[in-house]
Every structure is written in structure tokens, then in C-alpha cells.
Ligand binder design. Structure first.
Ligand SMILES: [Zn+2]
Length: 272
């Protein structure tokens, strides 16, 4: 790994950590939906009580994330770097610099839309992605909650895309940072001024759009697949007409959240 890549990775870590800490704090000061206390009642208003109540699921989400942070330098990153060094060299000259990066970001967001949709429509992929959706509430920690199997499958699919479309490592890294920032934002429970949220939602996926994707009703779970840009869902007929409400149940229809170890083993069960 060269120094430039190491520097970029360090900056990526710092930017994501600051962004996450900011949203984690703000969504507890200005929540859009009441925090559950585990018995279906609204949480007390005091911030420390809220923190204690949501601690169990936050720890569970961070526990899943911890496994993935271990996999990143061992598997995910080397696989992406290897793929970039074996990428097909067919790109024209004009597809470089900032315009090239902007085009790469739109193409990668288009591809991640279809990858996310495949994770819902193909039963094998859903086994892993379901772990993300079993979270019974949403906040910025939900953005880090993915089964390690899904992370490995995504890394393999991404390597194929990098080789075929010849993406440079820089585009992949910038895209990964933007995906993390966007994901922390649209999973967050931060109450935004409605005018600001409406304006942002014209171009970007906002919490009001993505929370509907986590609605405990399968029809809505299988909608609103976008990650960064909000125009793919209307374009491909997957935008839900459901409007987010503060007490909307979150999770997977007819399923409940599971303990940490059960979540890790769940994709490998014999029967669906
Ligand atoms: Zn999903």
C-alpha cells in the first residue's frame, strides 16, 4: 500500500468518525421519532435516559460493524486495490479528472441502486441483507450494521465492476466515503426542518425517504433503494408513496430483532 492511499484512508476514517459522532449526538438532542424503551412506550426526554435505553441496540450494531472493520484491511481493501490494478484499460482520454470523477460517482450510485435492489429480490442475498433490516429502530448506528457476509459479497461484486468498467482507486475511495456519509445521514433519527428536507430530497436520499425503506411492511421494505441520489427510484418505478410518520414500526414484516450471535448465524440457517 503506498503512502497516498494510506493518507486517503486516514482522512476517510477521520471524516466518517466526525460525521458519525455529530449525527449520533444531534439525533439524540433533536429526534424525529420517539426513542423506544423496549416496551413500546416513548422514551423519557432526558438525554442520558435516552442514551441508556438505546445502548443495547447501538452496541449490537457497533458489534456487527466491528467485524467489518476487521475485514476491511484484510479482504475488502486488498480486493478493491487488486481489481483496480487489473482493470480493463478501455476508458477514453476525456474520462478523467474532475468530470471523470463526477461521472464515476453517478455510475457507481446507479450500480449500488441495482445491487441493493438485488439484495431484496434474490433470496440468497436477502439472507444476509435481512440482518441490516432486522434493526427494530433507526439511528446513525444502523448505517454501520451489516452482516460480514453481505460485506464480502458486496466487495466481490465491486471488484467485478472495477475490473469491467476500469474505475480508478481514487473514484472508488471517494464513492465509499460519500456512501458512508449518505448512509449515516439517511438512517439518522435527526429532525430536519421540513423545508430543508424537502429541498434535499429532490436530489438526495433523506431520512424521510430511507425510513420508509425500513418500514415493517414488506411492500415498503422493497422500495426506495437509492443510496446517494434520489432520482433512481422514480426512474425505475421503486419509489414508495408512503409518507414517513414518527411512530411508523421499523423492521422486517413478521420478524423480530435477534441477539448478536443469532444474527451472525442467521444467514446460514438451512430453511428460509
Ligand atoms: Zn435494504
Amino acid at each position: 500500500m503506498d503512502l497516498t492511499l494510506e493518507n486517503l484512508l486516514a482522512w476517510k476514517g477521520i471524516a466518517v468518525a466526525i460525521w458519525f459522532a455529530g449525527f449520533f449526538l444531534l439525533e439524540r438532542l433533536f429526534p424525529a421519532a420517539p426513542y423506544p424503551d423496549g416496551r413500546g412506550k416513548a422514551a423519557p426526554k432526558r438525554i442520558f435516559a435516552r442514551l441508556a435505553i438505546s445502548a443495547q441496540r447501538v452496541i449490537r450494531n457497533l458489534g456487527l460493524w466491528l467485524l467489518n472493520t476487521g475485514l476491511s484491511p484484510l479482504v475488502v481493501l486488498p480486493l478493491s486495490v487488486w481489481a483496480a490494478s487489473h482493470a480493463l484499460d478501455w476508458r477514453p482520454q476525456w474520462w478523467a479528472g474532475l468530470p471523470g470523477l463526477a461521472l464515476d460517482l453517478v455510475i457507481l450510485d446507479f450500480l449500488i441502486y441495482w445491487w441493493h435492489r438485488a439484495n431484496h429480490e434474490l433470496p440468497f442475498l436477502w439472507r444476509f441483507h435481512e440482518v441490516h433490516h432486522l434493526d427494530g429502530f433507526l439511528d446513525s448506528s444502523s448505517a454501520l450494521r451489516f452482516h460480514f457476509g453481505e460485506v464480502l459479497l458486496s466487495a466481490t461484486a465491486r471488484a467485478g465492476v472495477i475490473i469491467l468498467l476500469g474505475f480508478p482507486v481514487s473514484s472508488i475511495l471517494v464513492f465509499e466515503v460519500l456512501v458512508l456519509l449518505a448512509s449515516i445521514f439517511h438512517h439518522s433519527n435527526l429532525r430536519l426542518p421540513s423545508g430543508l428536507e424537502t429541498a434535499l430530497s429532490r436530489l438526495f436520499i433523506t431520512p424521510s425517504i430511507h425510513w420508509v425503506h425500513h418500514h415493517k411492511v414488506r411492500r415498503d421494505t422493497d422500495s426506495n433503494y437509492g443510496t446517494i441520489f434520489s432520482f433512481w427510484d422514480p426512474l425505475f418505478g421503486s419509489r414508495s408513496s408512503k409518507v414517513r410518520s414518527p411512530n411508523m414500526p421499523i423492521g422486517v414484516e413478521r420478524e423480530d430483532e435477534r441477539p448478536y450471535l443469532t444474527l451472525l448465524l442467521r444467514p446460514f440457517r438451512l430453511r428460509g
